[in-house]
Design a protein around this ligand. Sequence first.
Ligand code: AR6
Length: 183
Amino acid sequence: MRVQINGNFLELKVGDITQDTADAIVNAANGSLMGGGGVDGAIHRAAGPGLLEECKKVRKEQLNGELLPTGKAVITQGYQLPAKFVIHTVGPVWYGGIKGEPLLLQDCYRHSLQLAENNGIKSITFPSISTGVYGYPVELAAGTALQAIVEFLREESFGTVAMMLFSENDFTRYQAALQKLMG
Ligand code: AR6
């Protein structure tokens, strides 16, 4: 599914984000930036060891050894991935919606898109941040994620933003949310 917004494109796709050929893919990381399971593990495996080395450098030099806060984003090269860059962001853990999870999830998308734009990136592909290990219900995350992307694209001349869903079920949820947002 593809819609046009203010001269930009927003696409929903199904597949493995590590194979994506956008300028940048987004990693649903944890604050340590040291890798993990899910899409994070898949991206590190596909990118090769250079990615972890650069993540260590980012922790030390940009974050003064601290964790990357939830909702924030950093950028690295893509190493052996088809994508030139990886943008790492930390989604919120779902606590039932009582800890500001929707705003934090929107921050992930907004900050990743802003960082991409600042780096001259014209195409970016996101996974469904927080809806795996972090437990955010996908039907809620879909509307929140897409709203953040649509708001950004209405304001900016960016290019193409894609969501790479990992199952037909997730795709259906995002499709329904996008249809609702587009009226
Ligand atoms: N391509 C696209 N989507 C994928 C892929 C892939 N190759 N693999 C998994 N997904 P998750 P989170 C989907 O758990 O909830 C890690 O350990 C998956 O089906 O990867 O933000 C980190 O280090 C789901 O829809 O991320 C953190 O500790 C979506 O990606 C923690 O998990 C997100 O699931 C982050 O949890």
